[in-house]
Design a protein around this ligand. Structure first.
Ligand SMILES: NC(=O)c1ccc[n+]([C@@H]2O[C@H](COP(=O)([O-])OP(=O)(O)OC[C@H]3O[C@@H](n4cnc5c(N)ncnc54)[C@H](OP(=O)(O)O)[C@@H]3O)[C@@H](O)[C@H]2O)c1
Length: 230
């Protein structure tokens, strides 16, 4: 049976106490240089990269492939030099000069809801973004993934944050997790984690199959998990 969505890989950098940022939520760096190089390779192997609304507005990520060699290798394979940038954002108030919209040669696709002002949607389209309204208050994620599949995305990399991750996991829309566990502790009861949102009861916990573990010289650990499709 042909799957009706892309293969979804969730990449996250966490501290040893499971945080993906400090409680201040300023987009603190957790990855080491070797881990950033790994993420760059993962981006280069992906057709699209997705982030959630608060990551998009707060961190304003470029979501481009940093290595010139990896971009050239994509072009040599007949691909655009960067994967499609995808934002999942209920109210798309992002600035037209944001790095997300402007950095690098890349298509941009925003999944948003009826909460976004139609005039802002027109401005975003004018700025070159594709905007797709899928839902009243929250983006319909299964429909968003179907749309990505329809436009040729076979491999989707999700780069957080924890609210988007949690919802994709809850809906059974994640196939792999790539985790960089950094030798750091941030603490903070309100600091974000890999999967936030309301949380799951124990009997609905998501089981993971460990596929690979690698200890890095920087003191970090890379873990790859698989989530079998039910
Ligand atoms: N270390 C890492 O690997 C890493 C990676 C990325 C981000 N981060 C950190 O994570 C933090 C941001 O994460 P976050 O959890 O606050 O936000 P997020 O996951 O980036 O964005 C979540 C927001 O997306 C919107 N959304 C719309 N439809 C949705 C749907 N169906 N499901 C889920 N969300 C939907 C919602 O906005 P509304 O609430 O407006 O409806 C929701 O609050 C930042 O501190 C960032 O630095 C860390």
């Amino acid at each position: 049976m042909t799957p009706d969505r892309p293969f979804v890989i969730l990449n996250v950098a966490v501290t040893a106490d499971g945080k993906t940022d400090t409680a201040a939520r300023g987009g603190a760096t957790i990855s080491s240089p070797p881990d950033l190089a790994r993420v760059d390779r993962l981006r280069a192997e992906s057709d699209a990269i997705m982030v959630g609304g608060r990551t998009l507005l707060g961190d304003d990520p470029r979501l481009t492939v940093k290595s010139a060699e990896l971009r050239a290798a994509r072009r040599a394979r007949g691909l655009s030099e960067n994967p499609i940038k995808v934002g999942v954002i209920s109210k798309a108030t992002l600035r037209l000069d944001s790095r997300f919209l402007t950095a690098g040669l890349a298509s941009v696709l925003l999944f948003t809801t009826q909460q976004t002002d139609p005039a802002q949607i027109a401005r975003l389209r004018q700025a070159g973004a594709d905007v797709c309204v899928l839902g009243e208050t929250h983006v319909d994620l299964p429909a968003a993934l179907r749309r990505l599949q329809e436009i040729g995305v076979q491999r989707l990399l999700v780069e957080g944050g924890g609210t988007l991750n949690a919802e994709l996991l809850r809906l059974g829309l994640v196939d792999e997790i790539r985790l960089y566990l950094a030798p750091l502790i941030f603490g903070g009861a309100t600091a974000p984690t890999l999967a936030d949102g309301p949380g799951l009861p124990r009997d609905a916990a998501i089981g993971l199959e460990r596929r690979a573990v690698e200890a890095l010289d920087d003191g970090g650990i890379l873990i790859a998990y698989r989530i079998p499709r039910s």
